[in-house]
Write a protein that binds this ligand. Sequence first.
Ligand code: NAP
Length: 476
Amino acid sequence: MMKEQAMLIAGKWKHKEQVIQVDDPGTGEVIGSVPNGSSEDMEEALESALEGKNIASSMSIRDRMNILTKAAELVDDNHEEISQLISSEGIKTITEARSEATRAAETLRLCAEEARRLTGETINFDQMPGNTDRHGYTYRFPLGIIGAITPFNDPFNLVVHKIGPAIAGGNAVILKPATQTPLSALWLTEKLLEAGLPERVMSVVTGSGGEVTPPLVESSEVRMITFTGGLPTGERIAKTAGLKKLSMELGSNSPFLVFNDANIDKAAEAAVAGSYGAGGQNCLSVQRIFVQKEVEETFTQKFLEKTEQLITGDKKSEETDIGPVISENVAKNIIADIRNAEEKGAEILCGGTRDHCFVQPTLLRNVPKRHSLYQEEIFGPVALLHTFSSYEEAIDLANEVNFGLQAGVFTNHLQTAHQTIADLHVGGVMINDSSDFRIDAMPFGGVKGSGIGREGPHTALMDMTEPRVACFKMDG
Ligand code: NAP
């Protein structure tokens, strides 16, 4: 059903004559529209946030916890509705969308719990000579106004990962959701208001990122930009942001290492799930698979058998494993890259074709290392297979790109496992699991081109608040 959504600015739901259609990428059906916001709309949101930050900082911890907990309950109570919306506007199968909705409710609750634990620390001033009469501690205060910019692939839970800690920390927040998937974010906004969030504490401005975000990114009133998206956009934001905190959750082309001593069946199962879950459109997706030579044949056979069982197609069917990529243009580009890699010597072991936005799960052997499919993030259901002979070679292969979000390592050798944790240049090493594993409570983020900082309610709350030292001179 077509929904004409408004954006929320200065506490008011605002429609505009010019709208942006929201399509279901699987069917092409128009499912809604949002206002085509402008930089003036963003200026208005910023003006409102100047008042909003005072309202936000005066909310007690109890109020913040109550709002977040109530919003989590509203997500639970309307779980199927939001799951259907996540699936319709984006790339997720209904099963994946339900899992995202469940996680988002959990993330909201985690943010509420973190608000309860928002404490400072005592300082031993008497460690320095002449300070025995001084006592003190830190409080944590909100930063003020936070700008949040989010991508299409987890349109609900990744928004919660930014809005939740911002509210827990007593900040005002302005959100710019992805143009392809703005409806889930606006649904969340409605629920937060219903849960008691004061109106001016949050604004949501829809519209094209390049048009709408510059006033937000450049404003000296905004103390932090929390961004999740691609490396090129992250770099653009960093160039103009000026003196403010940046949290950059960017992409990757995650390595997946399989050593001789691993359980090969489990490794193949994890590699398939990690490569093709969400149609490969996870920042954590398995992209570059490195298998020790002796077990390559067994691994490849098992990988292909498991891939053959996957069903690509109708997102709303419970049977479907893989939905579409976000647009037909993206699908065309992925196939063109696969053809190009084939011309340069890569072997297609499965897939390599598409039907509209649906790219068949693809495994390519020996893509040249200088090829963009190897160096860049594919963000589609395509994995690359290579072999290695030694531990050192495996680590070199894994590390030789400009990304480092997470890695998956399959080994049953304790020493190898521990050594990879020290040697892989990433934000997380998942032993006997795929790189595509995350719980919402853990610190999450990458190194190199994969970003700056860590997300997750605790770390984000620390980033979105700052300590203020209180020092008492007792003989005053
Ligand atoms: P994107 O193209 O970088 O867009 C992300 C957001 O930035 C969107 O809201 C977009 O708005 C906005 N934007 C675009 N141009 C901008 C500009 N010049 N200034 C400011 N904002 C701008 O990314 P995407 O294609 O939506 O998402 C996929 C990427 O996100 C992948 O690289 C993936 O790995 C990454 N990701 C990372 C994580 C993580 O936690 N590390 C998680 C999920 C996804 P419009 O939609 O209007 O263009």
